[in-house]
Ligand binder design. Structure first.
Ligand code: UDP
Length: 389
C-alpha cells in the first residue's frame, strides 16, 4: 500500500458526500481518511449543504434508485437543481481527484468544465432496477464523470464511462468493531435497560422503511410464540434522512408496551454502544427490504455472530446461505431462520465463525484502501497493465 500511495504523492483526493454522521458512507469515510493520511495520501472530506426539503428530495431519489416510490415532481426537480447550483457555486473544490459519493452531490460535476481534474462517482446504492425517470434525470450528470464505482457487479448499469467494482469494508480496529471486555457489554445493556436474561435478537439500523423495523417486530412476535427472547431495535437518525422520525413513531406504536421489545434511539458517534449491542446479541438481524451493501452485516459477522438477513442488495455477498449465516425471505422466513439459530447453538456458532473468516478475507478496510489507491492511480492511465516500479 505504501508503494501504491507513493504514486499519488502531491495529489489531493477530495471526497464529497451529504453527511458527516449517520449511515454507511460516513462510517467508511471516517475510518478511511486517517489511514490515507498515514499512508501519506492527502485525502479530504467535504459535505454539501441543503435544507430539510432538499434532503426529502434526495431521500426520494435514493429510494427511487432502489426501485421504490415514484418519479420526481417538477417542484422536486427544481428544488434539487437549485440547491445543487448553490453547492456548485459555494463549495471549495481543492482536489485533483474529486470523489463524489452517492446522488445527493452528483451535480457538482458541472464544475468539471471549468476546473478540469478527475471526477469519480461512487454509487453506494444498488441501481440495477431503478424508477427509470429518476435514473434518467441523474444520468446526464453520471456520464460526465471519468469513472464510476459500484459495490458489486449486479448493482451497476450499462454506462459509457469506466466502471470499477469495489465492495465496502469495515475497520476491525475501530470502536465499532474492536474486541470489548464483557463488563463493558454488560454496562451498555444496563445503561439501555436491557436485561441480559434471555436470547437477544438485535437489529442495528437507521429508522428507515427500507430496513423494515416494523417487519422485524412482526417476525419477533412469531418467534416469541415458541421461544422466550428479547428484541433490541437500535438506531439513530441521519442528518440527510428526514423520514426517520416518522418511521420511529410507527415502530414505537407497533412495539406497544411489550417489555421484551427495546427500541433504542442511539445518538451519533455511539460506536462502542453499537459494538456492545452487536456483541451482546444471540442473533443479529438485518431484515432490509432494499439495501446498498449493508455494513451492519459485516460488523456482526466480524463479531462471529450468527446473522439472519434478507437476500437483498449486498447482503448475499456477505451472507452465504447456510454457510456464513442465513438468508431469509419475508416475515415468516425470518422468524423461521431465527428459530433455527436459537434452537441450534452449535450450528449458530459454526455460522458465526465462518462469517468472521469470510469478512476477514473480503470486507476489511485494508483491501478497500488498496482498491481505492489502485483506482486513483488508474485514472491517469488508459493502458491495460500499469507498471508501478
Ligand atoms: N449505524 C450507526 N448508528 C446507528 C445506526 C447505524 O452508527 O444508529 C452505523 C452502522 O453500525 C453501520 C452504518 O451506520 O456502520 C450503516 O451502514 P449500512 O451500510 O448498514 O446502512 P446505511 O445506513 O448506509 O443504509
Amino acid at each position: 500500500m505504501r508503494l501504491l500511495a507513493s504514486k499519488l504523492s502531491g495529489k489531493v483526493i477530495q471526497n464529497v458526500n451529504s453527511t458527516y454522521a449517520g449511515g454507511g458512507v460516513a462510517e467508511i469515510l471516517s475510518r478511511m481518511l486517517p489511514l490515507f493520511s498515514q499512508l501519506g495520501v492527502d485525502a479530504r472530506w467535504s459535505v454539501i449543504k441543503g435544507n430539510e426539503e432538499f434532503f426529502q428530495v434526495t431521500k426520494k431519489i435514493h429510494n427511487a434508485l432502489h426501485g421504490r416510490g415514484g418519479p420526481l415532481s417538477p417542484q422536486e426537480i427544481s428544488l434539487f437543481k437549485e440547491t445543487s447550483q448553490k453547492n456548485i457555486e459555494e463549495i471549495n473544490l481543492s482536489g485533483d481527484i474529486l470523489f463524489i459519493h452517492d446522488p445527493q452531490p452528483i451535480a457538482l460535476v458541472e464544475r468539471k468544465k471549468e476546473i478540469g481534474k478527475k471526477w469519480i462517482w461512487r454509487c453506494h446504492v444498488d441501481v440495477s432496477q431503478p424508477i427509470e425517470p429518476v435514473w434518467n434525470f441523474l444520468e446526464p450528470w453520471v456520464t460526465q464523470y471519468d469513472a464510476s464505482v459500484f459495490s458489486a457487479p449486479a448493482f451497476s448499469r450499462p454506462l459509457p464511462i469506466r466502471q470499477f467494482l469495489i465492495s465496502p469494508s469495515i475497520d476491525p480496529l475501530s470502536d465499532k468493531n474492536r474486541e470489548l471486555p464483557q463488563e463493558m457489554i454488560e454496562d451498555v445493556l444496563s445503561k439501555y435497560g436491557v436485561p441480559n436474561d434471555k436470547p437477544l435478537i438485535v437489529q442495528i439500523s437507521r429508522f428507515d422503511y427500507l430496513k423494515d423495523p416494523v417487519g422485524v417486530i412482526t417476525a419477533f412476535k412469531l418467534v416469541k410464540r415458541s421461544i422466550d427472547c428479547r428484541l433490541v431495535l437500535a438506531g439513530g437518525t441521519a442528518t440527510d434522512d428526514p423520514e426517520s422520525n416518522t418511521v420511529l413513531a410507527e415502530v414505537k406504536e407497533k412495539a406497544g408496551n411489550d417489555p421484551d421489545i427495546h427500541i433504542l434511539l442511539i445518538p451519533p458517534g455511539s460506536d462502542l454502544e453499537i459494538n456492545a449491542l452487536q456483541r451482546a446479541a444471540t442473533v443479529v438481524l438485518q431484515k432490509s427490504l432494499k439495501e446498498g451493501f449493508g455494513l451492519t452485516v459485516s460488523e456482526a459477522l466480524w463479531k462471529a455472530k450468527p446473522v439472519v438477513a434478507s437476500a437483498v442488495g449486498g447482503i448475499p455477498l456477505q451472507v452465504k446461505n447456510k454457510s456464513t449465516g442465513l438468508l431469509s425471505h419475508g416475515i415468516e422466513g425470518t422468524a423461521f431462520a431465527i428459530r433455527q439459530i436459537l434452537t441450534n447453538p452449535e450450528y449458530a456458532k459454526w455460522l458465526g465463525e465462518n462469517g468472521r473468516e469470510h469478512v476477514r478475507h473480503n470486507f476489511l478496510i485494508t483491501r478497500h484502501l488498496k482498491e481505492y489507491l489502485l483506482l486513483f492511480i488508474s485514472l491517469d492511465h488508459s493502458e491495460d497493465v500499469i507498471y508501478l516500479s
